[in-house]
Design a protein around this ligand. Structure first.
Ligand SMILES: Cc1ncc(C[n+]2csc(CCOP(=O)(O)OP(=O)(O)O)c2C)c(N)n1
Ligand SMILES: [Mg+2]
Length: 803
């Protein structure tokens, strides 16, 4: 019985042939099951809405051999894999063979509750390590996971460390068009990237067609420039044997010179076309002609399709020989649609086999009608042997590959007690206070920033906790006694990861760190800072991190037009809407430092809540299951309210709002503000109300949580829970029903625009809708109509409105 732990090359010839036979059988089965699952979803399952179901047969086929070699032979349980999104069907098929994917879910591929179109950590149940879908992101995620693996291990003793895994990306060649891949390469090089494999499915086709000539040289040069080990898998063993025969060198030279598009077209056309073209190009040369004549059309087609990426022997050998921890890229030549009638056709990305074609494939694979899903149907190797083999595959472990980590206990809110301060300054001070404590919490925090560490007030944290690097690097300025407020010391024990200016990398690193508990068994509390407007730059990666249910604290600062002098597009407008709309991210915009203290303390707990918990029906789903947190902060210092934090105030802050000035029965207007414009809202209330009791001020700390609670209550009522209510309804119920509402935010007014609908109150929404500009805060608040004068004018107009 073949032992999958041993590389095929190490074995006696007979055993090796056995093992290769088993791999080839499983490859054939994975190819069939993946194609059949797509066919079934599109042609057999009833289509009730007429919308295309889809699935990628050609992209899956292209990777089947690579994934067969990896999953059945090379991977170890500690390895983590990001599978090319549109190879999901092969992944699900392999998991099904392992017994980790159900037949029901496979039958429901792309259906409700079925196996997902693209591998999903959160939605699939079959051991997905990294979600993929938005091409390029999963690729880079593996590198950042490797960096986090190093980070975690540097803080552990050897006995605490689980085995070191390889972080592996299965990459479509067109994914290399995504710029984030190169941002990641540069960052990886800076951080001594290790244990990372990128296996490129080099089929030279993307979605729309065949790629340009000469790409290989560019790709190779790029990886070498970043100190990667480059392994090229160009020819399979059949081709290598043919090359060693008389006339074979002619064939090799022809293959090497053949343009990508021609190779693809010939693969599609098959053996007769190959024969014609090779004869035409190479001509009647005795030895070569003999080589050609020896082969039938189908053998010739098999030979020409026997590229490195489709040859199990080559794949096992090359993967097995790669024992270095140097990051390694495998460039595996493949044919898109290999092994199917779609092979090589330039339009095959969304193309699917016709019924006649799948029937032909069924016949070739000897699969009887009604036995399409049988795991060993049509294979020539005895079922017992295959079962034994599958049970011995190292990756097919019965232990859960998702790890768990102890919860890090809270140390309570850290209050900093300034009289006038900004939320950004307060953030830095709170972190500094935490840094001074010797607690599990302070040791679990890891900060990161894309070259805005100092300007987002992480400086004192870094001075105390240092920067992370695999090796010690002293701060030259410190050593030379040159005065500097920053101590820039790198050490394996450091707790800040300094990134270059790429927000996408920040989000991917936050995502990887935010999964450390599950990937590496160690709970990290990652905090990432960036300038608020530049969230948009990395938005897809942020979405990606949230989709994987990674847990982190994101700090967007400075924000809004309150940034004043910096002007223009440095002033964020729509980020509160991102906070409102982004799933998996609870967004807060505190105005005062004591609110921030309470929110940060809560965030460290919320980030650790169990993603699986089912919420009560009238609760916002995420309250039970937890998630990541986004803080929108400001550099504008404002006067702090003199107060001590009470449990009820703290609870209200976390629920999203509290009465700063509660409504009286005579209340005519509520001024509801979020964030730094608190001072304007308070001043406006003074202008219109002074002590007449006609105005109330509602402090909103989280439009996001308020809004989510409101939606949850509405849904619960729709589902028959007549008692369901929510925080914002309870608060607004304290005010007379017909009082008016004016909302204000240094951001897009739609953030609070829904408030009037809660009780059907007439409302005016103030905020910023157009690009900012430079000026003083007073200039800009007046210009955009969010100063005290504008708020009071809007309030008065609302009061004066007749019904
Ligand atoms: C960010 C993003 N843009 C566009 C797409 C749509 N898309 C899916 S696959 C694909 C082409 C991928 O080609 P390649 O990576 O070479 O894989 P192949 O299908 O050739 O195996 C595109 C454009 C996507 N999934 N993500
Ligand atoms: Mg491709």
């Amino acid at each position: 019985m073949a032992n999958a732990n041993q590389s095929a090359a190490d074995k006696p010839l007979e055993a090796r042939a056995d093992q290769i036979g088993i791999f080839n059988a499983l490859m054939q089965k994975s190819l069939w099951l993946s194609n059949w699952a797509i066919y079934h979803a599109n042609h057999i399952r009833p289509n009730v809405d007429g919308v295309k179901v889809g699935g990628h047969q050609a992209s899956s086929a292209s990777m089947t051999a690579i994934m067969t070699a990896l999953y059945f032979g090379v991977l170890r349980p500690e390895d983590r894999v990001a599978v090319k999104p549109h190879a999901a069907p092969v992944f699900h098929a392999i998991q099904y063979l392992f017994g980790k994917q159900t037949l029901d879910k496979l039958k429901a591929f792309r259906g409700f509750g079925g196996a997902q179109s693209y591998p999903s950590r959160t939605k699939d149940t079959d051991d997905v390590d990294f979600s993929t879908g938005s091409v390029g992101l999963g690729v880079a995620f593996t590198a950042f996971s490797s960096l986090i693996q190093d980070y975690v291990r540097a803080k552990q003793t050897t006995s605490e460390s689980p085995p070191e895994g390889r972080m592996i990306a299965l990459v479509g060649d067109a994914e290399l068009d995504e710029g984030n891949v190169y941002e990641c390469l540069l960052e990886g090089w800076k951080h001594d990237l290790r244990n990372t494999w990128w296996i490129i499915d080099y089929n030279r086709q993307s979605l729309d067609g065949v790629v340009r000539e000469g790409l290989y040289d560019r790709i190779e040069a790029i990886f070498r420039a970043f100190d990667w080990n480059v392994v090229t898998l160009k020819y399979g063993v059949l081709q290598q044997q043919a090359f060693s025969e008389p006339g074979g060198e002619k064939l090799k030279a022809w293959i090497d010179a053949c343009p990508n598009a021609d190779y693809s077209a010939l693969m599609f056309q098959g053996g007769a076309a190959w024969r014609q073209r090779l004869s035409d190009d190479i001509g009647d040369q005795a030895e070569f002609s003999q080589l050609l004549d020896r082969l039938s059309d189908s053998e010739l087609s098999e030979l020409m399709g026997n590229l490195g990426g489709h040859c199990i022997e080559t794949l096992l050998e090359q993967f097995g020989e790669t024992t270095t921890d140097q990051p390694t890229v495998f460039i595996a030549y493949t044919v898109k649609g290999w092994g199917t009638p779609l092979a090589g056709h330039k339009d095959n990305h969304a193309g699917q086999m016709t019924t006649a074609q799948i029937e032909q494939m069924r016949a070739e694979m000897q699969i009887r009608a009604g036995h399409e899903w049988d795991k060993f149907e049509g294979l020539t190797i005895a079922t017992d042997i295959l079962k034994q083999f599958l049970a011995s595959v190292p990756f097919n472990t019965s232990t859960d590959r998702r790890l768990v980590a102890q919860k890090v206990p809270s140390i309570g809110p850290q209050f900093i007690g300034d009289r006038t301060t900004s939320t950004q300054t307060a953030f830095g001070k709170i972190l500094d206070t935490i840094a001074k404590t010797s607690t599990e919490l302070s040791d679990s925090i890891v900060t990161m920033s894309p070259d805005v560490t100092v300007s987002t007030n992480l400086g004192s944290w870094v001075n105390r906790r240092h920067l992370f690097s695999n090796r010690e690097i002293a701060d030259v300025f410190q050593r030379e006694r040159i005065p500097s407020t920053q101590k820039w010391r790198f050490t394996p024990k450091g707790q800040h990861i300094e990134l270059g200016i790429t927000e996408t990398n920040l989000f991917l690193l936050l995502g990887a760190a935010g999964l450390a508990h599950s990937l590496f068994g160690k709970r990290l509390l990652p905090i990432g800072t960036l300038y608020d407007p530049f969230i948009s730059r990395g938005l897809d990666a942020l979405n990606y991190a949230c989709y994987q249910d990674a847990r982190f604290l994101l700090v967007g600062t400075p924000s809004g037009i309150s940034l004043a002098g910096e002007g223009g597009a440095h002033q964020s407008i729509s980020s509160p809407l991102i906070g409102l709309g982004q799933d998996g991210l609870a967004a807060f915009e505190p105005a005062f430092s004591d609110e921030l203290s309470v929110i940060m303390d809560w965030a460290f707990d919320y980030m650790q809540r169990d993603g699986q918990k089912t919420p009560a029906t009238n609760d916002w789903q995420r309250d039970a299951s937890g998630g990541s947190v986004y803080l929108r902060l400001s550099t504008r210092a404002i006067e702090q309210p003199p107060r001590t934090m009470s449990p009820s105030l703290s609870e209200n802050i976390l629920r999203g709002a509290y009465w700063l000035k509660p409504p009286e029965p005579s209340c005519e207007v509520i001024i509801a503000y979020q964030g730094v414009v608190a001072s304007e809202a308070i001043a406006a209330a003074g202008i219109i109300g002074s002590d007449r009791g006609n105005v109330a001020v509602l402090a909103i700390t989280s439009a996001d949580r308020l809004n989510a609670g409101w939606h949850a209550a509405q849904k619960a009522r729709q589902h028959g829970d007549g008692t369901a209510t929510c925080h914002i309804e309870k608060l607004l119920n304290n005010a007379p029903r017909n009082c008016r509402l004016v909302s204000v935010i240094d951001g897009h007014p739609a953030t609070l625009g829904w408030l009037g609908s809660v009780r059907g109150q007439r409302s005016t929404t103030l905020g910023v809708e157009h690009f900012g500009q430079s000026g003083t805060v007073d200039d800009l608040y007046a210009h955009f109509g969010i100063d005290a004068a504008a708020i009071s004018a809007a309030s008065k107009a609302m009061i004066e409105l007749r019904q």
